[in-house]
Design a protein around this ligand. Structure first.
Ligand code: FES
Length: 149
């Protein structure tokens, strides 16, 4: 288990250093802003939908390593997913980082399991979910910045 945890942390560090899909998408992409009032970090998520499917997704923002890595891995996991599947992943991810489900209950999370250790650090839950809250706002077409509070 210790090895597994180390490997997972390495994935997080690697994504924090070289975030994937770190780019703005041109209109008519949907865009939403997220904000963590505890630290002042911000995140913008861009989405291009084809019907109900996420065709392309990008993000930009200033944030800690966990929030950057989480946004990066979120964008990788969501391309080609429907809005409903994305919401389901967020629910499962949120339950995982708050310690409310077990490994066997979330087979669909795949690489996002890297963030399971966050449940031991409640102060970092908002870091890990900032991009996801912002994604939800984008899916719902909210134009007012969302916060993690
Ligand atoms: Fe700000 Fe993590 S410290 S999002």
């Amino acid at each position: 288990m210790a090895d597994l945890r180390e490997m997972y942390q390495e994935v997080i560090l690697e994504h924090a250093k070289s975030p994937r899909n770190y780019r703005a998408l041109e209109a008519p992409a949907v865009r939403a802003e997220g904000y963590n009032p505890l630290c002042g970090d911000r995140c913008t998520v861009y989405l291009t939908m084809r019907g109900d499917v996420i065709e392309d997704i990008g993000f930009q923002g200033s944030g800690c390593a966990i929030s950057r890595a989480s946004a990066s891995m979120m964008t990788q996991s969501l391309k080609g997913k429907t809005a409903g599947e994305a919401e389901g992943l967020f629910k499962s991810f949120h339950q995982m980082v708050t310690g409310r489900n077990s490994h066997g209950d979330r087979p669909q999370l795949g690489k996002l399991e890297a963030f399971a250790g966050v449940s031991e650090f409640p102060a970092r839950v908002k870091c890990a979910t900032l991009a996801w809250h912002t994604l939800e706002a984008a899916l719902h077409g909210e134009h007012v910045p969302v916060t993690t509070e």
